[in-house]
Design a protein around this ligand. Sequence first.
Ligand code: SF4
Length: 371
Amino acid sequence: MSHDQEQALGVFQYRDHFFLRVSEAHDHRRPLQVELHPGLHCDLYRCPHCYGHGQPPMPGRVLSVPEIAGMLDQVGDVNPLIVVSGITTEPLTHPDAAGILREIRSRDLRLGLFTKGYRFDAACADAVLRQGTSECFVTFSVDAVERDDYNRLHGIPVRHVAPHGSARHGEDYFDVVLANVRAFYEAKQRMGAAASHVQIRIALLLFEENSSDAAVDQAVATFTDTADIVRFAFPQTPNDGVALANVPDAREQRLHQLAERFKGHRKVRVLTNTAEPDRSRDFKHCHTQKFQVTIDKSGNVFPCPQVAVSNYAHLSVGNVRTASLSEILDSPQRRRLFDCRIDEDMKCRICDRKDEAVNAALEKLRLGLRP
Ligand code: SF4
């Protein structure tokens, strides 16, 4: 009998009761994850599948490295995972991105960086490889194995000169990304055991253009030599609700075929639960916000990464320039959101896949196990 069938029959579930107690005992002042969105723009990337497509960041002066370091000091004893990412910007477009990475790793805080890789230069690689011994992963969103597909999937205008002082053109982007990933991987290999805690991941979203067996095989052959993990998934619908035209049908079947083909592969992972592009409506409250915060480039604090843009300014619970992060974590504004309904009050059903899974699971546990 499956777990769901047993639950429907009212069979006592030790595991469910344990996880419910753990989640209810969690202290919201001690986040498991602090996510930083320090980027200013996206260089020449104009990805049609961008989750934050058409949703600009909040206005305001960008946080300096010392300001970010001050925030890190306030949560250091909690040891959250520090995610450096962006919903509508590339995080490494901050004027001193390597400096941010150094501040995180010099405190030996756990780091997860999500980047396109175009700006992941030697200074970034050094900051990640040469400091800290705790968990550390860098995920490069690549999505393609050939230059033309790469440019098309990421909406890169190939003749344009890259902005902000670079002499490169759009058509150079793919080669620069591959060179940066390769240089990082080789530097890691040279360091041997001293860098074994650093994991290099390649993420490939599947579209019509790159989901055939031949394209997937080419991706595996290309990237398993320069990464520790190569991951395949289908994209979610962007947050503006406009469905993508180039996502294939029969996605569930395709993911299971791929999972079967690469079963036991040391480096390949297939996210078989990413077949559905639309957001789940199986929960009414946002539980995951008690475990995390996201801070945008100007210091605004949000309940999750997807809403850290101007369209969801109503969900900002403070700014680290006018209050300390410790104060904001326990502020009435933040605690008020915990009881709000998503559709009626928060108006933000755009969770990323992790938060959607956590929200659905915790709501199911609470409804199933509490009168
Ligand atoms: S988008 Fe989802 S995770 Fe984010 S605040 Fe809204 S309900 Fe919570």
